[in-house]
Write a new protein. Structure first.
Length: 188
């Protein structure tokens, strides 16, 4: 009886998953992915994301800038990456996660910044405006609640502590923490 129930559940899952993919093919990529890891990966790849092997993506995954930027083509995920759920990705520019990158729950990655066309702020803070890619190098580990600003590179095997705000390039093999983040430990 358990075996039959498992077969029925598997078939229903496949049918519903394929129906959702067909729905999104006609309606375009969703900004919010609320499905199983397998289905989230299928939808991301369907609309242009590059995804490696053994990637796990917990729901929800929120992607901004999807419709204006040709789907998810600005998202590149290497092998053995993990997404902890409730992750926000701004896909206005490229986000590259090399192999072995881990994102904890509630991580936010921003690739552009504006001040809602407020000329006073944009004139005085022009150096913080613009669109720039974010790169997370091999083995980088981003803990829950971290915010990564546009134009940064997180080095190999670097750790960003929970609830930190990173607005600079993080070197390889170190731990950063704080708001704004500062290097607290070098792991060499």
């Amino acid at each position: 009886m358990k075996f039959l129930r498992k077969i029925i559940n598997t078939l229903l899952s496949l049918i519903l998953g394929n129906a959702l993919i067909l729905f999104f093919k006609f309606n375009g990529p969703p900004n919010l992915l609320l499905f199983s890891s397998r289905l989230n990966k299928k939808i991301l790849e369907l609309f242009g994301a590059t995804i490696g092997k053994n990637v796990f993506i917990l729901s929800p995954l929120i992607c901004a800038g999807v419709k204006a930027n040709n789907g998810y083509q600005n998202l590149i995920i290497g092998d053995n990456c993990r997404f902890g759920g409730n992750i926000f990705l701004d896909l206005t520019e490229r986000i590259v996660l090399e192999s072995g990158v881990s994102l904890g729950a509630n991580v936010t990655i921003i690739t552009h910044n504006r001040y809602n066309n407020n000329t006073f702020l944009e004139d005085r803070l022009f150096y913080t405006c613009g669109k720039k890619e974010v790169i997370l190098k091999k083995g980088a580990n981003i803990k829950s609640g971290a915010l990564l600003s546009h134009g940064i590179i997180i080095g190999e095997n670097a750790v960003v502590s929970g609830n930190s705000f990173v607005n600079f390039d993080v070197p390889d093999n170190c731990v950063v923490s704080g708001v704004p983040a500062k290097i607290v430990i070098k792991l060499d």
